[in-house]
Design a protein around this ligand. Structure first.
Ligand code: APR
Length: 233
């Protein structure tokens, strides 16, 4: 596959990020040895059946995540990616529910797994409300329907996946940062990068992929983004 050159437009950098990009901001990842899934049962706190069984436990799990994110700040990696907008068209596809890419200054962000500062009622994701405080059992919308975080749980569809796949297909440069690539459909996005795209993966411990021409930068996210810039400039 070859791409037609368009000298007037900037190259499109597509970033797929995961929890590892926010680790240096003090937010726990999921599957590292001190990760969230060491301390919590994923089926209890991140599935619809877990919510049905014990809604307050699930709400409290996300109430804690919301407090942690509110205290955290973007790190060198988020900022370095935001700075790429000076010279590239950048789209970020993040699995993260934090807002650290936004606060670092990035403008095009697709949240695959929802956002911690948003909520909706338990029946529909059509109306989204902003939430900074806790959500508790008994907190309802104007129609009396219980509210829940606007987070995609395991066993739920990922509404943004098709849009994300179409974005990856337009990448000139595709960068994966800080994800174990264990959760689908997000992990499958790497297969949509065009053959002509330059591909990079930045991780403290590079996960295996089936992409033969991906350049692996085994480093923390902050350092890795600096090294990425040496390739791009
Ligand atoms: N710098 C770079 N990479 C790091 C760092 C760091 N400082 N710390 C950890 N990592 C890497 C780990 O080596 C691992 O590959 O980040 C990755 C984190 O992987 P996971 O914890 O599995 O997080 P993620 O891939 O984002 O999880 C995907 O799983 O539970 C769900 O919905 C949740 O969106 C999440 C999804």
């Amino acid at each position: 596959m070859e791409k037609k050159e368009n000298n007037h437009s900037k190259k499109h950098v597509v970033v797929l990020s995961g929890a590892g990009i926010s680790a240096e901001s003090g937010l726990k990842t999921f599957r590292d040895s001190d990760g969230l899934w060491e301390g919590y049962n994923v089926y209890e706190v991140a599935t619809p059946s877990g919510f049905a069984a014990n809604p307050q436990l699930v709400l409290d799990f996300y109430n804690m995540r919301r407090k942690d994110v509110a205290k955290a700040n973007p790190n060198k990696a988020h900022i370095g990616i935001a700075e790429l907008e000076k010279d590239f068209d950048v789209t970020i596809i993040t699995q993260n529910i934090d807002d650290l890419h936004e606060r670092a200054g990035s403008s095009n962000i697709i949240h695959l797994h929802g956002q911690i500062f948003q909520m909706r009622n338990v029946l529909s994701d059509k109306i989204i409300y902003e939430i900074r405080d806790d959500i508790n059992v008994g907190d309802v919308d104007e129609n009396g329907i219980q509210l829940r975080p606007h987070i995609v749980w395991f066993e739920e569809p990922v509404p943004m996946i098709e849009k994300a796949a179409s974005v990856v297909m337009t990448a000139d440069i595709f960068v994966v940062i800080g994800t174990s690539l264990q959760v689908y459909p997000a992990a499958g996005l790497i297969n949509y990068a065009p053959s002509y795209a330059q591909k990079f993966i930045i991780d403290k411990k590079i996960p295996s992929t089936n992409i033969h021409d991906i350049i692996a930068i085994e480093a923390s996210a902050g350092e890795g983004v600096e090294m990425l810039k040496q390739y791009l400039y």
